[in-house]
Design a protein around this ligand. Structure first.
Ligand code: ZN
Length: 567
């Protein structure tokens, strides 16, 4: 009986050769089958079967059907192979392979586990496609890949084309650089102290959702902040402070300064709901709570998304909605894949990280925009620092612009959209205008809180200044009067070194910025943005290295006092 059926199949194979002798693939399969008739039971489909690969989806977080979302070099990548049985019974035990080459040099071949080749693989069904994660060595430059279904040739097919070719272009994108600023928070309503936490609960989620090859998180020394973060105005003040720290630390503009606010200290907690974070739209500084691991990642992705120029996606009724957001209800619009967790994210379930709804992922729209921003703003520019006036204008509680103390120092320049409302003018000691500069502006908006700032970095003027003013057209709206440098340069700061702390004091009361360098002024740690006469620095917040303090009084130029310190 067995012999008879095998013989019958043999006749069929012969017939198949006669009918279609064009296909090398079929001939190979038939020859193999003829040579190894005894293994017939592993051939789980007949001559009427045809397998093809209808498409590939190359995804790093989210992708469109036409693969038009760009690929990022060195970012973990999954290829979804849409292998399909278009004739006959879907065979099982089939493997798919990917072979890659770059500049005609073979990179290698990877092979999937064996499974059934479905009749109708769907984007919405992750298990219906063969999903292969690419080796790291493939993830750069232009890579030609060939996908092959039934790489072990176990299925008899009457047509031979089991391959699909694609060209993958991996783009070089700068890594995402985040400096966490732990906030030592004193909660004014109770006086309770919440020490800043050196915890990174954000980089894992950012790695999975952002179009970057990697996420570099580092920690700055802690910054002391006192207030009531149940109120929007205090959040705005903290955002202003973290913005100042970034500028006066001389941090690269490409780096996100991320103020991280603790919510607990042992059993004591101050946060029971409310504002969780705020970040500038288009300038890389944010502040946010240090929540649980599962909440901190999406929160950081949202605030840093603002820093990358994103407005809100329309779900959960946020202010400042992006009118161009393409999908109703802030759906992610396309299929997401969490590559590191091997999970498909459906557009019918997931909403964009820039909305107020959940569960959140990244839409193709936001991903593309983050990508575009990082290509430009993620680059570390040399010569980016300015030696000059750091002009800062902030909105008071009535929405009016107020010129802040003006410091003359090396700093990271502020950039944004050019304001069509306000400019800044420099006045000499006789009150004559000796310079006029446009102001840049950025906005931050979350539920229950909004902030605006204007700023510009002005090269150090070569004349003594009598003042600086903000003008709307020709009308002065805010002004600061300058003091001659001689008033400060005769002053001598005093440093008292105790076991736990340093006490710096100086004999004038103008707001004074105090910072410390251990690399001869390349970078700084700013300890106070507007101290008056005295500053206590805990030694645990001081680097171990010897260095130099600068004391920079506001509203003057060429009046910086320096103080060497041997730790
Ligand atoms: Zn937001």
């Amino acid at each position: 009986m067995k012999f008879k059926s095998l013989f019958f199949l043999f006749l069929l194979f012969t017939a198949a050769i006669l009918i279609t002798n064009q296909s090398p693939k079929r001939q190979t399969a038939t020859a193999q089958a003829n040579d190894q008739l005894i293994y017939m039971p592993v051939i789980n489909s007949g001559y009427d079967t045809d397998l093809i690969i209808s498409s590939l989806e190359i995804t790093q977080a989210v992708q469109k059907a036409d693969n038009s979302v760009p690929l990022v070099g060195s970012k973990p990548t999954i290829v979804r192979v849409y292998a399909q049985t278009i004739a006959g019974t879907p065979p099982s035990g089939v493997k798919v392979s990917l072979t890659a080459a770059r500049n005609n040099t073979l990179l290698g071949t990877i092979t999937s586990t064996a499974k059934i080749v479905p009749k109708n693989p769907q984007r919405s069904d992750y298990s219906s496609t063969f999903n292969l994660q690419l080796p790291d060595s493939w993830l750069s430059g232009t890579v030609e890949i060939t996908a092959t279904v039934d790489v072990e040739n176990i299925v008899l097919e009457y047509k031979g084309n089991n391959n699909y070719n694609a060209t993958l272009v991996f783009n070089s994108v700068p890594p995402l650089d985040v400096k966490i600023v732990p906030i030592n928070y004193t909660h004014n309503p109770t006086g309770a102290f919440f020490p800043g936490q050196q915890q990174d609960r954000i980089s894992d989620y950012l790695k999975r959702t952002y179009p970057v090859p990697s996420v570099n998180v580092s920690f700055r020394g802690a910054y002391n902040f006192q207030g009531d973060l149940r109120n929007g105005n205090d959040w705005v003040q903290l955002l202003y402070d973290v913005t100042d720290l970034k500028q006066t630390d001389n941090a690269p503009n490409s780096q996100v300064y991320y103020g991280l606010v603790p919510i607990e200290n042992g059993a004591t907690q101050w946060f029971f709901g409310g504002i969780a974070g705020i970040g500038w739209v288009g300038w890389r500084a944010s502040v946010a709570l240090n929540l649980s691991q599962s909440s901190s990642g999406p929160l950081a992705a949202h605030e840093i998304g603002h820093n990358f120029g994103r407005n809100h996606a329309p779900c959960g009724n946020p202010a400042g909605v992006d009118a161009s957001y393409p999908y109703a209800g802030a759906s992610i619009g396309e299929y997401g894949v969490d590559v590191l967790n091997g999970q498909l994210l459906l557009p019918s379930q997931y909403v964009d990280m820039m909305s107020y709804c959940s569960p959140e992922w990244v839409s193709d729209y936001t991903y593309q925009a983050l990508y575009n921003d990082q290509l430009v703003s993620g680059k570390v520019l040399s010569q980016a620092r300015v030696d000059g006036l750091m002009i800062r204008v902030r909105m008071d509680e009535d929405g009016r612009p107020v010129l802040q103390p003006v410091y003359a120092l090396t700093h990271t320049p502020f950039v944004g959209d050019v304001s069509d409302e306000y400019a800044v003018e420099l006045l000499d000691v006789t009150g004559e205008v000796v310079g006029r500069y446009p102001l840049f502006t950025v906005l931050a908006e979350e539920e229950g809180v909004s902030a605006r700032m204007w700023g510009v970095s002005v090269p150090m003027p070569d004349v003594a200044l009598g003042g600086v003013r903000v003008v709307a057209g020709k009308t002065a709206v805010s002004e600061r009067v300058f003091t001659p440098a001689a008033f400060y340069t005769t002053a001598t700061p005093v440093l008292k070194d105790t076991a736990d702390s340093l006490v710096l004091s100086w004999p004038f009361s103008a707001p004074t910025l105090v910072r410390y360098t251990i690399d001869d002024g390349q970078t700084w740690i700013t300890y106070a943005l507007a101290a008056e006469g005295e500053l206590v620095i805990e030694k645990e917040n001081l680097p171990a290295e010897n260095g130099r303090f600068q004391l920079i009084p506001a509203d003057t130029t060429h009046a910086t006092l320096t103080l060497d310190y041997n730790n």
